[in-house]
Design a protein around this ligand. Structure first.
Ligand code: NDP
Ligand code: MG
Length: 391
């Protein structure tokens, strides 16, 4: 950013500062302390890390979503010039604080929906990491963004890649090509997939991420979510989104235009790059993140996804075509089975079975309101848990 901005730092509210994306976002802010400022930090359960971050970054406010930890956090920060709040409602309020220039949604799951909508309502530009928000309520959220003139800058590496390919283009796209690593079980047979353990699934070949998204990557539900995310971010139809398995994660995604030309964005797998771009766009600022080494890279390969072995990806395409509350049901059931799998209460392939059955049993609401989504989410969770026998 230019010198004219030197005395006006961009004040960022990070929802989920204690997570994988949140911590990397703080690294970016620290690197560029001359132009970026952590104005609000929020956590759910990691009180000690939040306290440490607050001492270091001196934000105006912090929120601990888990209210039982409020006293602990507020006592620890009693001598700091930091306001301490607690609870889910506080998340919806801090995003609206007048000085906030941008909200990074780096919290995980359905919990991101209400604070994101609240930020959009207040006209705050969004750096979107929390893809579940667009999976659940893409239509509602993008309509609200349009109404309020609020931009959404993708943080997800694939969507950031597509966003970068689209800069300067004025013609409609033909196709979006979403690359997928294929996860740790890319070449497993169904038989082998039956027995995979949480420990095996938590080892992603290319990216270090939070536990939930790592499991979603192993089942390829993450790619299904990203297809839905792309549909809303870039206003394309389901048929215009093609998933291509690319195990090396060097090509972050690509766009095909109407003349047959394809633009792709490449780089090392490092989330700080798309996080930083979301913060500084339209500028690119210097950072010493690792550079691509063309001689060490080896072969880049591309293959079709196997929708039979990775049924979650097929289910995501299906609910995207159905629309209404179907994607909300998919997300809610997935949150239940994802956690259950990590706790050893659900098999790896069983996750798709439970999601599919929940989808079959839940009624469809065609044009849902926020209230409908909240209700559908709660009911779908109960349904999925009871199908799994853990309620
Ligand atoms: P993590 O699990 O590492 O972090 C999640 C963050 O959200 C933590 O700060 C956590 O707080 C907070 N949180 C969890 N539940 C709640 C809740 N109910 N209310 C408020 N805050 C909550 O996740 P990631 O950083 O990996 O992912 C965050 C989002 O970004 C996800 O939507 C994911 O899909 C997306 N994303 C992540 C990528 C990555 O590389 N990690 C890549 C692309 C997208 P605490 O830890 O204190 O409990
Ligand atoms: Mg991604």
């Amino acid at each position: 950013m230019g010198n004219d901005n030197a005395n006006k730092k961009k004040k960022i509210c990070i929802l989920g500062s204690t997570g994988s994306i949140g911590v990397q976002a703080l690294q970016v802010i620290e690197e560029h302390a001359d132009m970026l400022e952590a104005y609000v930090l929020t956590a759910n359960s990691q009180a000690d890390l939040l306290i440490e971050q607050a001492r270091r970054f001196q934000p105006a406010a912090v929120v601990i979503a888990d209210e039982s930890k409020y006293a602990y956090v507020s006592e620890a920060l009693a001598n700091e010039p930091v306001q301490v709040y607690a609870g889910a409602e506080a998340l919806c309020q801090v995003v609206q604080m007048e000085p906030v220039d941008m909200v990074l949604t780096a919290l995980v799951g359905f919990a991101g929906l209400r604070p994101t909508l609240s930020a959009v309502e207040a006209g705050k530009p969004i750096a979107l990491a929390n893809k579940e928000t667009l999976v659940v309520a893409g239509e509602l959220v993008t309509e609200k963004c349009l109404e309020k003139g609020v931009p959404m800058f993708p943080v997800d590496s694939e969507h950031s890649a597509i966003f970068q390919c689209l800069v300067g283009e004025v013609s409609p796209v033909e196709k979006l090509i979403l690359t997928a690593s294929g996860g740790p079980f890319r070449s497993f047979t169904m038989e082998q997939m039956k027995d995979v353990t949480p420990a095996m699934a938590l080892k992603h070949p290319n990216w270090e991420m939070g536990a939930k998204i790592t499991i979603d990557s192993a089942s390829m539900m993450n790619k299904g979510f990203e297809v839905i995310e792309a549909r809303w971010l870039f206003d394309v139809t389901p048929d215009q989104i093609q998933v291509v398995v690319h195990p090396q994660s060097v090509v972050h995604s690509a766009v095909q235009f109407q003349d047959g030309a394809v633009k792709a964005q490449l780089g090392c797998p490092d989330m700080r790059v798309p996080i930083q771009l979301a913060f500084t766009y339209p500028y690119r600022v210097y950072s010493d993140f690792p550079r691509m080494d063309w001689w060490q890279m080896g072969d880049l390969t591309f293959e079709a996804p196997d929708m039979k072995r990775f049924r979650c990806l097929q289910l995501a395409y299906d609910v995207m075509r159905t629309g209404g509350t179907a994607p909300c049901v998919l997300n809610a059931a997935n949150e239940v089975v994802n956690l259950a799998f990590r706790r050893g209460q659900c098999g790896f392939l069983q996750m798709a079975d439970v999601i599919e059955e929940t989808l079959q049993r839940m009624p469809l609401t065609v044009s849902p309101t926020l209230e409908d989504y909240l209700q559908c989410d709660a009911e779908s969770r109960r349904m999925a848990a009871s199908i799994l026998g853990i309620s």
